[in-house]
Design a protein around this ligand. Structure first.
Ligand code: AMP
Ligand code: ZN
Length: 448
């Protein structure tokens, strides 16, 4: 009998044994992407980490007994602005971005979640939640907005450990005049001209659109119920997003918790700073996949424990590539077969997804020559044995050969400038030429 699964719960700040409400249907929700543009490698971190958790839960409870919901936010200011900029409809923009996102994360070995709800398909649920909150005195209408009345919830702030009175004391004063308390947040707001809009709840005559937080309360309710097991996302979502989700769901349903376990991944950083769109220090998953095989990116992400910050460097990616190459350097690695997690690796993962230790155990299996256990464990963890060099694949061999011939002709005509130009052009494609003594030229693809 394996040790129990233990997870660090942000709600209690402790590592706790995981006990599902219903082992025949373990329910997990993760906040998904806002689909206005390519996702970056930082966004890939929660996707990969919680995919691993999904796989582990399926291993422990059975594939048919885990429901994993990862939503898509397809109503947002950035989406409206980008669609207007490109002159496309919002649906065209969000559909295109979502298709790209699916392609990118499939290359990272990520499974499709059980349900992938879109916010715009759940407006009715949002309206019902908002109506419920107004009726129970936790929300109010002001200037065609519906606001959540934060002081109406005495234990608001439990997740982020910010007591209500402290927040009230520290609140900014330059807030919208229609808010009763500066802490109150928007559940529904009027749509501006050109923005998507839906019939409003709570007797508001003009059409409007939902706030961000209510989306996740509505989608998790629809697909997982009023209370579920695990809610996950990046560290930056603890406050205000997750705090406000909890306020909405608990106050609407009168429940003690929204989810029993709250898991948060640390940031992926570049030179010590969080990778983000606004800082401009980001690499999209799409571009990263032109340089590194998806499985290398996946392994590199898992080398660091999910709660720790991770510095994203080419050097670390190179090392991950070397590791996979050594693990894959044996017969028929990727061709089907069992997908069972070796006990030593499982034990590491059960300890709050201790992936650094799990990887050390994989090295140990490799060192002992236990190829079958290594292969089947890797498969179970989302590694299919494919590490083709994406940069090599991009090279059109015929085009390279043609350029080499042009260069040989230039050399024969003693046109050294042209010859050098062609050499540089090939170099930019990653092709390294080697001139032989006998006048022939061979080439190789150089990774660096
Ligand atoms: P966003 O598109 O910013 O709402 O982020 C989508 C998801 O990616 C959320 O769970 C964020 O917490 C997470 N995320 C964004 N940036 C990073 C980062 N640099 N490192 C880790 N997670 C991130
Ligand atoms: Zn959310």
């Amino acid at each position: 009998m394996a040790a129990p699964l233990r997870l660090t719960n942000t709600l209690t700040r402790r590592k706790e044994e995981f006990r599902p409400i219903d082992p025949s249907n373990v329910r997990i929700y993760a906040c998904g992407p806002t689909v206005y543009d390519f996702a970056h490698i930082g966004n890939a971190r929660p996707i990969i980490v919680f995919d691993l958790l999904f796989r582990l839960l399926r291993h422990l409870y059975g594939e048919a007994h885990v429901t994993y919901v990862r939503n898509v936010t397809d109503v947002d200011d950035k989406i409206n602005a980008r669609a207007a900029e490109r002159g496309v409809s919002i649906r065209e923009l969000t559909d295109g971005t979502l298709t790209q996102f699916h392609e990118d994360i499939r290359a990272l070995g990520v499974l499709r979640p059980s349900v992938e709800p879109r916010a715009t398909d759940h407006i009715e649920e949002m309206r019902r939640l908002i109506e419920g909150l107004v009726k129970s005195g936790h929300a109010y209408v002001a200037e065609e907005h519906v606001l959540f009345d934060v002081p109406s919830m005495p234990d608001y702030g439990q997740l982020s450990k910010r007591p209500l009175d402290e927040m009230e004391a520290g609140a900014r004063v330059d807030v919208a005049p229609y808010k009763r308390s500066p802490l109150d947040f928007v559940l529904w707001k009027p749509s501006k001209a050109g923005e998507p809009s839906w019939p409003s709840p709570a007797g508001i005559a003009t059409p409007g659109r939902p706030g961000w937080h209510i989306e996740c309360s509505a989608m998790s309710w629809k697909h997982l119920g009023e209370t579920f097991d695990i809610h996950a996302g990046g560290l930056d979502l603890i406050f205000p997003h997750h705090e406000n989700e909890i306020a909405q769901s608990r106050c609407c349903f009168g429940t003690a918790v929204m989810a029993n376990y709250w898991l948060h991944n640390g940031f992926l950083q570049v030179e010590g700073e969080k990778m983000s769109k606004s800082l401009g220090n980001f690499v999209t998953i799409h571009d990263a996949l032109k340089e590194w095989p998806g499985e290398v990116i996946r392994l590199n992400m898992l080398k660091t424990h999910y709660r720790q910050p991770i510095d994203w460097t080419a050097r670390s990616l190179d090392e991950s590539w070397d590791t996979l190459r050594s693990w894959y350097a044996h017969e028929d690695f990727g061709s089907g077969g069992d997908a069972e997690i070796a006990p030593s690796v499982l034990e590491a993962l059960l300890d709050d997804l201790n992936t650094p230790r799990a990887i050390a155990e994989l090295h140990s299996l490799s060192g002992k020559g236990d190829r079958a256990a290594l292969a089947s464990t890797l498969r179970a963890l989302g590694f299919a044995g494919r590490i083709d060099d994406p940069r090599a694949v991009e090279v059109d061999r015929d085009a390279v050969q043609q350029k080499i011939e042009l260069r040989l002709a230039a050399r024969a005509a003693k046109n050294w400038a042209e010859s050098d130009r062609i050499r540089d052009e090939l170099k930019a494609m990653g092709v390294q030429l080697k001139d032989g003594k006998d006048g022939t030229t061979t080439w190789e693809f150089a990774r660096h």
